[in-house]
Write a protein that binds this ligand. Structure first.
Ligand code: GLA
Length: 394
């Protein structure tokens, strides 16, 4: 960590003359244990923050310009805080400009500053690299202005940056967990109330292992937004069919409503709805299973979540299915599923601690044999959320 921080400071000095008075903000990536595509349906999710993170080194520069260096992409870009339009190039700059704009929209003062950003969250890999970037930059921008911002206000600003300025109509899970996660705990987030409970997450007897398919699908954003539209249609149609029941979001439907809906809903819309309704129910059961340390039940729920995402929601991919099936055939595995938005990215597997080494070896070999790709594999335990790691001296 010290080496990484020093490398960031060195880069800062090279680019901006000195590293005096530089602060650092850090925000983690996340992996979702269960509750996929439920957040924008006002439902429940159960993610953890992971040990991969984004660090944004920052210093105010007495101007109205924000300059951002991405060490990961080896590119630098600038935008003016007074410009109406979002910057065009480099394309990733919109994530930073979007956060600055969303903070300004919320009347949070932002000042010109210089930033050097470095990330160990694999880009576009389903571990929420964009939310980690947004939250690290958001914390940096507010700290550079000498302010401390309420975490929920920052969460909404980062969410707005992504959904409005980047154009990915995501839910709040990723930005929320990056800000509210705690070591050793999973975050049970209710996306209707935007409140959470922490659920102790065992790390002794079992582990969560993330396997990256190494596939980044272009489809992800457009198909994601399409799923959202399908859910909106589902809400409209279900409200018409179940007249007696107020349906504001798919969250308001219960498994008991499904048989009536099946007869009248468009078949594709019905499958989308069924995924969301059953997935919400699975999150509730998963919380009990985790609390009871009932890993067999937990595994069954994770497997069922994968089946539902593949068959009903249509967001898996051949590579994700291959990775999950390979995991299902390993010793010591309780359950495995795709995690995140889908169409590529990662899987999450719950496994006996004693089998982890063998699992990692077999997965790497097996996946390579089947696809020719070498997967990255991470053993995860729940980490803390975002923080200032190296405060600016007064
Ligand atoms: C992406 C989005 C999240 C969530 C997941 C699917 O990660 O950013 O808001 O919708 O997909 O659960």
């Amino acid at each position: 960590m010290i080496d990484r921080e020093n490398a960031i400071l060195l880069e800062f000095k090279d680019l901006f003359g000195s590293s005096e008075g530089v602060g650092m903000a850090q925000a983690p990536g996340r992996v979702n244990i269960i509750g996929e595509h439920t957040d924008y349906n006002e439902g429940l999710v159960l993610p953890i923050a992971i040990a991969r993170n984004t660090i944004a080194a920052f210093r105010a520069n007495d101007s109205r310009t924000v300059t951002v260096r991405s060490m990961t992409l080896e590119e630098t870009g600038s935008f003016s805080l007074d410009d109406e339009a979002m910057p065009g190039e480099p394309s990733w700059l919109v994530y930073a400009a979007g956060v600055a704009r969303a903070l300004q929209d919320a009347e949070v003062p932002v000042v010109g500053c210089d930033l050097v950003v470095d990330s160990t969250v694999p880009l576009g890999g389903g571990l929420s690299s964009s939310a980690a970037f947004e939250v690290a930059v958001g914390l940096a921008l507010t700290a550079a202005a000498g302010r401390e911002i309420d975490r929920k206000d920052l969460m909404w600003a980062c969410h707005r940056a992504e959904s409005e300025y980047v154009g990915m109509r995501c839910g709040i899970m990723d930005q929320y967990v990056a800000l509210f996660a705690e070591e050793g705990k999973a975050v049970l987030l209710d996306c209707r109330t935007a409140d959470h409970k922490l659920v102790p997450c065992p790390t002794d007897m079992v582990k969560f292992v993330v396997c990256d398919t190494a596939v980044r699908h272009e489809l992800a954003n457009s198909e994601y937004n399409r799923r959202r539209e399908e859910c909106e249609q589902g809400v409209e149609q279900a409200a018409r069919i179940l007249r007696a029941k107020p349906v504001r979001a798919l969250r308001d439907l219960d498994p008991g409503d499904l048989s009536e809906l099946q007869q009248e809903l468009d078949p594709v819309i019905f499958r989308r709805v069924r995924h969301v309704v059953t997935e919400n129910a699975r999150v509730k059961e998963a919380v009990n299973a985790l609390r009871d340390r009932n890993y067999v039940s937990m595994g069954v729920l994770m497997d069922a979540s994968h089946d539902s995402l593949r068959d009903d929601y249509g967001v898996s991919s051949p590579e994700l299915d291959t990775m999950v099936e390979l995991a299902w055939s390993q010793r010591g595995v309780y359950g495995s599923r795709m995690t995140g938005g889908g169409f590529g990215g990662c899987t999450i597997t719950l496994i006996d601690s004693g089998r982890v080494d063998e699992f990692c070896k077999n997965m790497a070999l097996g996946y390579q044999e089947r696809t020719g790709e070498t997967p990255s594999i991470y053993v995860c335990s729940p980490e803390d959320g975002a923080r200032i790691v190296h405060p600016m001296p007064d």
